[in-house]
Design a protein around this ligand. Structure first.
Ligand SMILES: Cc1cc2nc3c(=O)[nH]c(=O)nc-3n(C[C@H](O)[C@H](O)[C@H](O)COP(=O)(O)O)c2cc1C
Length: 449
């Protein structure tokens, strides 16, 4: 049907689809495909388009990323329908570009067919998200990640366990990849050992984090992991606009960017982090045309956070701290009790290397530091007590088991600023389904506005 015969409010979807078809028919580099995407240009777009993107469109899969299927979800139709016909075409396109994440959500659903929308990801948390947690999240229609282990070799052992759990789980997935992901920490990881685990077990995604030398290090890992398992998608967690731009401009761009906000538990940006509520839409604007979906992380513990993330342009949401209080987490009881007990994360958590050092962990790149629930060690440090004295008390407390945690405890309790939203230990599947259901109800309630 000719465009002019359609109601004006339906033009954006049709135009978008047409552009995608043209992009699919060309072997032009990304910059050319980007040009095909809509007339609206922002300052950021000009910056983006000014780049000579070195990565040609090489495969149908990659083109699919560039061209998510046309937008036709209820939310978008409602949104577009609410535009009256006097709106200009340019204004409709700008709204459509802002809703690019809706198309990405559909691409993610196709890439990870066992998942249900909105996509809830169980973040890789070092040691604490093991195979039981990752598989439980994926079984509930989320996307579970195994975290890095005590040593690089631990990942293969965890993947072997996960493979057995998946076989018994009833998760329906087409293969050839396992319906879980695995996280690697670049600065102290071993790329050879990691590539070998990915080659043997073929997880659906490999999540990279914490390079010492930025995108240069990320590129090395990306290439090695893609060589080992081309079907394994590369997810990269970043926490600043610059990191996102470096990734999108790279010759080996990630398949997915996880935008980690400052509220996040565990390691994140030490001094230049901000909440994803502002960071993610700015990154979405700046990387528009790159075809890379964004996942929001940091501070989300329930359906309210999920809706907030979707509202600012995320294609899905990653939760870490909430899953520390899951039955499947690989965590000590004293630690888990403290995550449930703590409130008011602005006051009860802080970013500090103190607990890394008390645990004997040194060498983290200076751009990162961990968020933790604070306790006696922190208070003593703030009061000026010497590190050696705190360390002595810390080590004594650790030998007492679960009493090492809590307000009178001394040991590391890495967790996010969202601890006040976490009030019980639940099955991981309940957490995933609860957040998804709550998000759907909120979206429905808001759609009447
Ligand atoms: C205890 C803990 C350990 C973590 N370990 C890792 C890790 O090994 N690799 C990683 O990429 N992110 C790690 N993270 C960060 C998560 O990927 C994610 O960014 C964060 O949990 C999201 O914020 P939230 O905790 O508020 O949900 C960790 C988070 C926590 C709480």
């Amino acid at each position: 049907m000719a465009l002019s015969k359609l109601p004006r409010r339906h033009w954006p979807s049709v135009l978008h689809f047409g552009r995608c078809q043209r992009a699919l028919q060309t072997d032009a580099p990304i910059a050319e495909s980007t040009r095909l995407f809509g007339p609206t240009r922002t300052k950021r777009d000009r910056n983006w388009n000014g780049l000579s993107h070195p990565h040609p469109i090489q495969s149908t899969t990659y083109r699919d990323q560039l061209c998510p299927r046309p937008i036709h979800t209820k939310a978008v139709l409602t949104s577009l329908a609410s535009n009256n016909d006097n709106n200009t075409h340019t204004r409709d396109m700008a709204m459509e570009e802002k809703l690019q994440s809706v198309g990405f959500r559909e691409w993610l659903a196709a890439a990870y067919p066992w998942t249900r929308a909105p996509l809830i990801v169980g973040a890789p948390m070092r040691v604490m998200s093991g195979p039981e947690l990752a598989v439980a999240v994926s079984r509930a229609g989320g996307f579970g990640f195994i975290g890095p282990g005590e040593k690089p070799e631990s990942t293969a052992a965890d993947l072997e366990t996960a493979k057995g759990l998946i076989a018994d789980s009833g998760i329906e997935y087409p293969g050839p990849v396992l319906p879980i992901g695995v996280g690697f920490q670049i600065w102290n990881g071993n790329v050879d050992v990691s590539a070998s685990a990915v080659l043997e077990y073929r997880p659906a995604a490999a999540w990279l984090f914490a390079p010492r030398h930025g995108q240069t290090d990320v590129d090395v890992w990306t290439k090695r992991l893609r060589e080992a398992s081309p079907e394994t998608k590369i997810w990269l967690q970043i926490g600043t606009l610059q990191e996102a731009l470096d990734a999108a401009r790279s010759a080996s761009p990630p398949d997915v960017l996880v935008v980690q906000g400052a509220e996040a538990g565990g390691h994140g940006r030490a001094s230049d982090g901000i909440g994803f509520i502002t960071l993610l839409p700015e990154i979405a604007d700046a990387t528009r045309g790159s075809g890379i979906p964004l996942i929001a992380a940091g501070g989300v513990a329930d359906g309210r956070g999920v809706v907030a993330a979707l509202g600012v342009g995320a294609a899905g949401v990653s939760m870490g701290t909430r899953f520390l209080a899951s039955q499947e987490a690989r965590i000590k009881k004293g630690y888990q009790d403290e995550v449930v007990r703590a409130m008011d994360g602005g006051a009860s958590t802080a970013r500090t290397h103190l607990y890394n050092h008390l645990r004997g962990t040194f060498g983290w790149p200076e751009q990162f530091s961990p968020r933790t629930i604070v306790n006696r060690s922190w208070e003593e440090q703030q009061a000026g007590t010497a590190f050696e004295d705190i360390k002595k008390r810390h080590d004594e407390a650790v030998s007492k088991g679960d009493a090492a945690w809590g307000p009178q405890g001394w040991t590391a309790t890495y967790a996010g600023a969202n601890v006040g939203l976490i009030r019980n230990v639940a099955r991981a599947g309940e957490i995933v389904e609860g957040a998804r259901d709550e998000a759907a109800k909120i979206i429905e309630a808001l759609s009447g506005l």
